[in-house]
Design a binder for this molecule. Sequence first.
Ligand code: ARG
Length: 593
Amino acid sequence: FPQMAERTGSVKQQLANLVKSSIQATFPGLSDVKPQVAVSAKFGDYQCNNAMGLWSRIKGSGTEFKNPNSVGQGLARNLPQSEIIESTSVAGPGFVNINLSNDWISKRIKDMLVDGIQTWAPILLVKRAVVDFSSPNIAKEMHVGNLRSTIIGDTLARMFEFSAVDVLRRNHVGDWGTQFGMLIEYLFEQFPNWEDVGNQAIGDLQEFYKASKKRFDDDASFKERAQRAVVKLQGGEVKHRAAWKKICEISRSEFDLVYKRLNVHLEEKGESFYNPYIPDTMKELTDKGLIEESEGARVIFLEGFNIPLIVVKKDGGYNYASTDLAALKYRLQVEQAEWIIYITDVGQQQHFDMVFSAARKAGWLPQPEEKKFPRVSHVGFGLVLGSDGKRFRTRSSEVVRLVELLDEAKARSKDELIQRLKKNGTISDWTDGELEQTAEAVGYGAVKYADLKNNRLTNYVFSFDQMLKNQGNTAVYLEYAHARICSIVRRSNRDIDTIKKTGTITLNYPDERALAFHLIQFAEVVEEACNNLLSNVLCEYLYNLSEMFNQFYTNCRVIDSPEETSRLLLCEATATVMRKCFELLGINPVFKL
Ligand code: ARG
């Protein structure tokens, strides 16, 4: 087998290692100090900001250093010899400006073209992560919130997977609870031969849910039967289990339509999966003295919250919190996850804060300030709003409507594509299959990108008109930019695979240098997106990359210029990085537009 090229770590990480050595050499007693390196806004490419902090630790100790500036001088002097750094300078209170070597930047890009973009994957500390996302509730609507969770969770999972983290993609579906008594009883009543009828016959589960709820509320004897059904289901009665399974299956096949459209993979471990683990979990928490009796319920009192976390309801039943506690214990102890990430709307923040706090109290997790693994994070997101500024609703709020929403995105992008190709007179170059595929990539990509580019905590307005614009920060614009670069490479009539190996990159013009410098920041952007669980950082990077490419392409002729080979390599590297960004965002790239 050919040797897989190793990951090198981000540029920032490599510089941080050099700075770390310099701190050790300059201040042997202060080996705990973390290197601080950031892209520089003004002077140089990167900047090391350790001098002031170091100064405050050493001043007055009879040190040879006179002020922060001289600390900076010391750090710059003691940086190990490295092909990465061209020069350094020290400014003001000891900022060390670091300029990267053009030769090294060129080489880094060329190595990536030859060895593959996975060599630019960041090296993260975490080895295994659970990403708990999508997680709709059986028989209830799969709402836009679940769609957001699906899109955001998939991107985070993709970024971790790219970074060689073992990701357990968990669909924590709401498939357990008292509402199933009502659903099962309704199924028995309305479909006496339910075992033989196809899923289709039972049909729309939201309607089914609504109708059974109405029956539950209106008819006391039905209500009583429903309550008995819950007990039987929980007691493992065969018929009730089978009915429950059937209802879950119907829901699942509806959810799968959405996952298929979005090309999202999930492994379902729903609430029911953790149910058998709850009693032991409760016993442990009781033994540890965490659980108390309060107004007939069993609860955990937690510091900093004005309500307790209810873990056993008055009627003796378990709830959302007891399930999450059992799931957390399972993920930590059985699955050995080091980082568990939950993606839901911000409305569930308090629930997760309380569950995490209880887990710390139980000793399952270190305190957050210890900054140790295992870690848990709740990734909250804001609302999706309609153009009226109110909570976004599809025309009806049923599962299938999410599919229809995606269909509409595709149909609109197809219309626009056809119109444009007709105008250009190039429609005859396109097969039906190509039109379909492109419309789908652009349409679904637009929906995903419109969501991912925002800081997830803010609410955003869902607007087809906005997301399908071919100008500005949209997936459509980015798809165009990428396709255009591919066409430049094609039109050169050069064999790109050959020049990847034989050509060299030169960076003699400012726009070439700026583009190349942006390209090599890819790894640290993914690193930051993973560490802070923010997808918009990657979107911003991608958008800036295409803007920088435009700048380069406006000022630097590619085809038939003396620098043709080098510039084609920059084009190819840009397209490669853009494609990886698309992939991480769950968007299919198109090569022709
Ligand atoms: N089913 C829940 C909902 O739709 C989301 C579950 C999130 N995950 C969890 N482990 N609680 O709101």
